[in-house]
Design a protein around this ligand. Structure first.
Ligand SMILES: NC(=O)C1=CN([C@@H]2O[C@H](COP(=O)(O)OP(=O)(O)OC[C@H]3O[C@@H](n4cnc5c(N)ncnc54)[C@H](OP(=O)(O)O)[C@@H]3O)[C@@H](O)[C@H]2O)C=CC1
Ligand SMILES: CC(=O)C(=O)O
Ligand SMILES: [Mg+2]
Length: 593
């Protein structure tokens, strides 16, 4: 087919796609905002495009290069006198900033230095993050981002992302138009009600979408300008914040019921109207009483993905598949016990059951019986069914009541113990010793974030299991020496999945997320674990290879989207891994004419 080609947004290198994908108006220019179609009575936003130079260029994070502007650029862009004479390379700038960041004692100081850099020189920020990912991930992401959200009001200097509060009800579309970028591919949105395991942080949850999207770019190669962090401020029930003079959000209790639903619906409608069908909307850190409903309600009309339910499930399934190489057996031959039956817990449980069903051809209802969950009231069993939230009901198996985790471990005798409770120190010595007494190599995952909420520490897991646990955590822990051997805990965090998953969705032009795409992401991640990793007890590959890993995840996800008929970008690239790599944003400075 003869097709007109154009550059795909979000691709650093020119990528080829079919012009038929883009809605065009006369003259071939996209009328994304309907300005050309607007009647005289309709209001339009007066967008202008200008070339930055001089002082404005130095103040524009996207184009600022600091002392890396060369002589010619300083001349042609009116920078003479605005910079000292030295010209330095991006590499030297990177070394200097890393040196400075390492001087800070407190993680929060490092976080603030990174945020300053992001707001001052975007490419340098991403170069640092990509080149030093293992060192800086805990700074811009969990655990430090949790502390940053708790103190967001005090450390707030310049706004990041888009704040949409109840005050903007009826005007959400207009608010979206205030955002300076027009070609958005991924939105991460929160309402701040369940920020990590820290509870309701209201409007201060903004640190999470900002951090997640920084990872979309650094780890997954999505262009920064294509990423939009959004916080929906529907109030907060956190009394401490409501009484905090530095709190930055609405001082009112959370909207609920119809008011909440209408507000969210206006938001979802406005996003589609403004950015089209193919913007990926990632729900993040919503409380479970809204999260499941939002996913179900918008899963058939919008391109939505819940990171806490789906991304976490995909990363944990991958870790379990890899762990089988260390402990033996098939997924179906293991018994699983969760502490925590919310978004993460039931999301993971369902994907494990789905994969077991796929492997064994047994009905999913049968496969679920291998999986048990404990919530704050004890083991989830059939006699509790009536009072359970809907997402727990499939896990209410026949069993007598069991009141606590230790008794559940002793009764169920799991080989895999997974913590998704948001409560720290709940995998006690007795619990770890018990599971280690009937498993040669128990699999123990303490997924709750941040570090303070981890169900147990790495040191506790290895010591109490006498070095036998296959162990991973949601937030990073240092390696532990036990009995003369170094044990390296992996980081079981959805950060392995969502950046590559998002890239796969965007590059294939997928119009919906399907469970099989989560399985494809999971499978691709598990394939990246090497023998060298296994030898250290790792069930995840190191983050230092994450861009390569993300390209493989993206390719597998895109391949599945094509197979399912959900991909709209034609023609399908032959080599999806190469294509994914070619689409990735590079933070290297550009030369300006
Ligand atoms: N590593 C990763 O990639 C990810 C980690 N997480 C972490 O997982 C944690 C949970 O998140 P999420 O599932 O969304 O939260 P939810 O609020 O949806 O679920 C929490 C669950 O834990 C249960 N629970 C709370 N306290 C206890 C307790 N003391 N004993 C037993 N059960 C308890 C709750 O019980 P009840 O229902 O009775 O209230 C609920 O079922 C958070 O810390 C989050 O940071 C989340 C996503 C990804
Ligand atoms: C990692 C993550 O998404 C969470 O803890 O909520
Ligand atoms: Mg989350």
């Amino acid at each position: 087919m003869e097709s007109t080609m154009k550059e795909i947004r979000g691709c650093d290198a020119p990528c080829v796609l079919d012009m038929d994908d883009a809605a065009t108006v006369g003259g071939g220019v996209e009328d994304t905002y309907g300005e050309d179609r607007a009647t005289e009575e309709q209001l339009v936003t007066p967008w202008t495009v200008s070339v930055a130079s001089g002082y404005n260029l130095l103040r524009d994070p996207r184009y600022n290069k600091g002392l890396a502007f060369n002589e010619r650029e300083r001349e042609t862009h009116y920078l003479r006198g605005l910079l000292p004479p030295a010209i330095v390379s991006q590499e030297l700038q990177e070394r200097k900033i890393m040196h400075n960041i390492r001087q800070y004692q407190l993680p929060l100081q490092k976080y603030m230095a990174m945020m300053d850099l992001q707001e001052g020189n975007e490419r340098l920020f991403y170069k640092l993050l990509i080149d030093n990912v293992e060192e800086l991930l805990p700074v811009v992401y969990t655990p430090t981002v949790g502390e940053a959200c708790q103190k967001y009001g005090s450390i707030f200097s310049r706004p990041q992302g888009l704040y949409i509060s109840l005050k903007e009800k009826g005007k959400i579309l207009e608010v979206l138009k205030n955002w300076p970028e027009r070609s958005i591919q991924v939105i991460v949105v929160t309402d701040g009600e369940r920020i990590l395991g820290l509870g309701d942080l209201g409007c201060q949850g903004m640190g999470i979408p900002v951090g997640k999207l920084a990872l979309y770019t650094a780890l997954g190669g999505l262009r920064p300008s294509a990423c939009l962090p959004i916080t929906l401020d529907v109030g907060t029930n956190n009394e401490e914040l409501l009484n905090d003079e530095f709190y930055i959000g609405l001082r009112q209790k959370r909207a609920t019921g119809q008011e909440y639903a209408d507000f969210l619906h206006e938001f979802m409608t406005a996003v589609k109207q403004n950015y089209g069908e193919k913007v990926l909307i990632q729900f993040e850190d919503f409380a479970n009483h809204n999260a499941f409903e939002l996913l179900a309600r918008y899963g058939t009309t919008h391109l939505v993905f819940n990171d806490d339910i789906q991304g976490t499930a995909s990363v944990v399934l991958s870790g379990l598949v890899a762990a089988l190489k260390l402990v033996g057996g098939t997924l179906a031959e293991h018994t699983y016990l969760f502490l925590g039956a919310g978004e993460a817990g039931t999301g993971i449980a369902e994907l494990i059951a789905l994969e077991i069903s796929r492997q064994t051809k047994a009905p999913i209802e049968e496969c679920r019986k291998k999986i048990w969950l404990v919530d704050s009231k004890g083991l989830i069993v059939s006699s509790r069914k009536e009072s359970l939230q809907h997402f727990k009901k499939p896990w209410a198996h026949e069993h007598e009541l069991v009141g606590n985790l230790l008794d559940a471990v002793n009764t169920i005798k799991p080989s895999v113990l997974i913590g998704t409770s948001g409560k720290g120190q709940t995998f006690t010595q007795e619990v770890v010793e018990s599971i280690s007494s009937f498993n040669e190599r128990p699999i123990i995952l303490s997924l709750s974030n941040p570090t303070s909420q981890s169900e147990c520490t790495a040191e506790q897991a290895y010591t109490w299991s006498k070095g036998r646990a296959v162990f991973a955590t949601g937030s990073p822990f240092d390696p532990v020496e036990y009995d003369g051997k170094i044990h390296v805990p992996g980081q079981a965090n959805n950060a392995y999945i969502f950046p590559g998953f998002g890239l796969g969705v965007v590059m294939s032009g997928a119009i919906r997320v399907h469970d099989d795409m989560l399985l494809a992401a999971s499978e691709a991640l598990a394939q990246q674990v090497t023998q060298e990793n296994f030898d250290k007890g790792l069930i995840y590959p190191p983050f230092s290879n994450i861009r390569k890993i993300s390209a493989h995840i993206a390719a597998n996800v895109a391949a599945k989207a094509y197979e399912l008929g959900l991909a709209s970008r034609r023609p399908r690239p032959k080599d999806l891994v190469k294509y994914a790599e070619s689409c990735m944003y590079s933070p290297i400075y550009r030369n300006y004419r």
